[in-house]
Design a protein around this ligand. Structure first.
Ligand SMILES: Cc1cc2nc3c(=O)[nH]c(=O)nc-3n(C[C@H](O)[C@H](O)[C@H](O)COP(=O)(O)OP(=O)(O)OC[C@H]3O[C@@H](n4cnc5c(N)ncnc54)[C@H](O)[C@@H]3O)c2cc1C
Length: 390
């Protein structure tokens, strides 16, 4: 019995408790104000940084806590469960792996202790481009070697947090697509120090969206960067970011679980309190069942998130599980969001309840960082062996 509880109960209970406590200082009105102004949650990010959560995955030798992805997932789930939003800073957790696994010792020594101490932020991940969409290998941003430098030209879109980050993990093509055997070859990853680049060929323009996400478009106009910004070997960048993408899917899935639990708690509480026709609305099965269904979907998705994180931590292949975790958790959070809104009737639309804000925020995860269709296509073609559609 105790073993079963340990196997399926919440992981990292102490971290969860501490995060929940920290989040109490950032209640709904804090997020509502920011949402109206489309402003960055500076104080919240500073609090997470000071508590060491954003350095969780950095090995102790470089000043971090040296914990695994499961701990990071626990942090982000609790952030979202408390009604907060980790999107302002979650990228530091999933971009970190590329630097840890493929960066040189010199790069790690130069950046990791500074990131761990909160003096540097690695929050921007420049992959998506307007012309390529989900087809990452079709990106057109190039980095051409020129002596001891690279010249970067092109454009990224949806590069979130670029204005609030010192560093960007940038994917660019170093060998033209028609000169490589496979389209996944010839791409490289750079650790771009944006502090040296602004006004020297790097331009960042914010994009106003339906959520407060600090997302931007980024332009590279003959930007010169030192050759030692390259991470690992030239041409292997696609491979390097793939495992980072699994981490990203698992962490976003954990956020979705947190969102789903927040919506379910709210819905259940309101259904128990709100009286219409002389009785609580939650006494009607038409109100109860959607909440119960969302709860069941969330618990099932949470198990898959946990499995994917465990496989990732063990260094095992987790492509299928990371994708399924993201799919199931994003579906569960969206189901819970819709149910919560419906349970609240008209009041669900009032800003003061925070539901409409969280509803908008969790909707993103049907699209980013990978859309539902593309996950289904991965499962169908790569896991089930169905014919390739693209
Ligand atoms: C708020 C926000 C923040 C983001 N932050 C970042 C970031 O920090 N860094 C970054 O690099 N990117 C970021 N993204 C980009 C995000 O990863 C992409 O939007 C997402 O991967 C989808 O790509 P796309 O928008 O180009 O859609 P497209 O690829 O143009 O696809 C459009 C639609 O068509 C569907 N579709 C496309 N091809 C197929 C197919 N073969 N079969 C079936 N359906 C298909 C898709 O599922 C999707 O619904 C962000 C996006 C948003 C909205």
């Amino acid at each position: 019995m105790a073993e079963a509880a340990e196997a399926f109960g919440p992981t990292h209970p102490e971290i969860r408790e501490q995060v929940a406590r920290l989040c109490c200082d950032f209640p709904g009105d804090y997020w509502r104000e920011l949402d109206r102004a489309r402003a960055y949650p500076q104080a919240f990010v500073e609090a997470l940084t000071a508590a060491g959560y954003l350095a969780l995955l950095i090995p102790e030798a470089y000043g971090g806590s040296g914990l695994g992805l499961g701990a990071a997932a626990a942090v982000l789930e609790e952030v979202h469960r408390a009604g907060c939003n980790g999107a302002a800073c979650h990228a530091q957790m999933y971009t970190m792996g590329t630097l840890l696994r493929h960066g040189s010792e010199v790069q790690k020594q130069a950046y990791l202790p500074e990131i761990a101490a909160g003096r540097l932020r690695l929050q921007a991940f420049g992959v998506t481009e307007p012309g390529s969409g989900t087809d990452t290998t079709a990106i057109r941003t190039t980095a051409k070697r020129d002596g001891n430098r690279y010249r970067v030209n092109g454009q990224k879109v949806w590069t979130s947090r670029a204005e609030h980050s010192d560093l960007m993990l940038l994917l660019a093509r170093t060998t033209p697509r028609d000169r490589v055997e496979r389209r996944t070859e010839g791409l490289s990853v750079f650790l771009l120090d944006m502090r040296d680049a602004l006004d020297k060929g790097l331009t960042i323009r914010p994009i106003r969206t339906m959520i407060n996400h600090a997302t931007t478009e980024v332009f590279f106009d003959d930007l010169e960067i030192p050759a030692d910004s390259l991470i690992g070997e030239e041409g292997l960048g696609f491979r390097y970011i793939l495992s980072g993408m699994n981490a990203e899917r698992i962490l976003i899935a954990a956020e979705c679980i947190g969102d789903a639990r927040w919506f379910i708690d709210k819905a259940a509480a309101y259904a128990g309190e709100r009286r219409v026709f002389g009785r609580p609305i939650g006494q009607n099965q038409g109100v109860q069942f959607p909440i119960a269904r969302a709860f069941a979907a969330t618990e099932a998705a949470a198990l898959m998130v946990r499995k994917a994180a465990a496989l990732f931590e063990a260094g095992q292949d987790c492509g299928a599980e990371a994708n399924m975790a993201k799919l199931l958790a994003a579906d569960a959070s969206w189901q819970a969001a819709d149910t919560c809104l419906q349970t609240h009737g008209g009041f669900g639309f009032a800003e003061d309840y925070d539901i409409e804000r969280k509803f908008r925020e969790t909707r993103l995860y049907q699209v980013a960082p990978i859309s539902t269709n593309l996950i289904l296509s991965y499962l169908a073609e790569h896991v089930l062996g169905l014919p390739r559609s693209y």
